[in-house]
Design a protein around this ligand. Sequence first.
Ligand code: SF4
Length: 500
Amino acid sequence: MSVPITASMLYDLVSCPHRVTMDLFADPAQRDEPNPFVSLLWEKGSDYEREVIDGLKTPYTDLSMYAGDEKEQQTLRAIQRGEPLIYGGRMQVEGLLGDPDLLRKEGDGYVAGDIKSGAGEEGPQDLSKPKKHYAVQLGLYTDILERKDLSAGKRGFIWDIDGQEVVYDFTELYGKRNPRTLWEDYQDCLAEAQAIVSKSTETLAAYSGVCKLCHWYSACISRLTDANDLTLIPELGRTKRDMMIKRVATIQDLAGADPAGFVAGKKTIFPGIGPATLEKLHARAKLIAAGEKAKPYLREPVTLPVADLELYFDIEVDPMRDICYLHGFVERSKGDTDAERFVAFFAEEPSPEAEKQAFAEAWRYMQESQPCVIYYYSKYERTIYRKLREKFPDVCTEDELEALFDPALAVDLYFDVVLKATEWPTRDFSIKTLASYLGFAWRDRHPSGAASIEWFHRWVETGDATIRQRILDYNEDDCRATRVLRDALDGLAVMPEGIG
Ligand code: SF4
């Protein structure tokens, strides 16, 4: 009997189709240990679901204590009785298996919903749109209801972390420019999952940001490295790789090719990849293929601002509690690494008051440090500071905040320098990758932003001072890594044509 398609399978498929293949067919011995941050997300998700259900004011039929076939039978019976709200049910039909958190009676039929410990939609408030991960899960439940002739309509709902109900209408078009519906997205995902299950399609691993939290990370990285896979080139992801693979299968192939040979008029023969992008990817392939002889370089000269004092700045945020809990700075007097010191402002409890105090103190510190140059890595710091200012408007004005992040004296090393003007023989441009390449070592054996969030949760639960210190050390090392990168930029050669 073939494996049924489940909602969690579709959820994973949206991030990485190969994850579905690996979960179904790979040797379990190759799995990495569960990532503590992913475990925390699961834990928080089920805690939140329990909290929502316990707080329900309306009556509901609880089927969460059942499992397997019995759960399915109980669900059918509850539907036949016309129960208004069913929690923890299960439905199965024609190779589809769904465990919706909720089934709600609307008119003569049912609609399905899930309880999520995240926002119901994504993107900026006025441009928010459905999350595809959530949509494909709701699509599966709706499909099952339709096939069983129990559906009240092509829609589902999410009860999100803010207590809002977000309706996912599967018939609505994305927009005039994109006349697709969520239902089409769901159907494409379903077809791909069915092809993977029946082995009528083969998926390939592709290196991306999600790999770092995946339990197949070690297995996939080893396979990608052996295959000299194109996705180990920064900004060359699954879509581009799949476009190119028939003509250019490996990094070595791309390094040895003449990109002009793939250009036809203003385009290349690879849909979605323009000539300039292909040139850039070719240069990266050459650099990586050069192996140990490869050296990072500047594509164009870079001029960084000068001041007697430099602040290397990094924040830590817990997205589950929606709190910025640490503002860290490595402060350096010009050209004198011995004069470095670490300054940190920590929210001593997960409350808005403590978050505000840490923000206000960090803000005051930055003001008192003027004139100085502030270095940070990615737009995240500025984005979070804008959010903090809106949340705590008496700390600073909007104009003051924008003045602080004026690019003349505040440099986003990632977007404004690394991405714009440099090349590195590495598989990505994260600060961990680049500083490690430059010889910097974090004191922690498992440093990552996700790990820091997990430590913060454990510190909140236990108050353990060693965990608090681990968070501070990790943040300090991130700030120092930014300084190591900034210093390395001074020594890079300018090579507009790339390596020969
Ligand atoms: S490690 Fe990456 S490529 Fe491999 S299954 Fe996980 S997400 Fe997919």
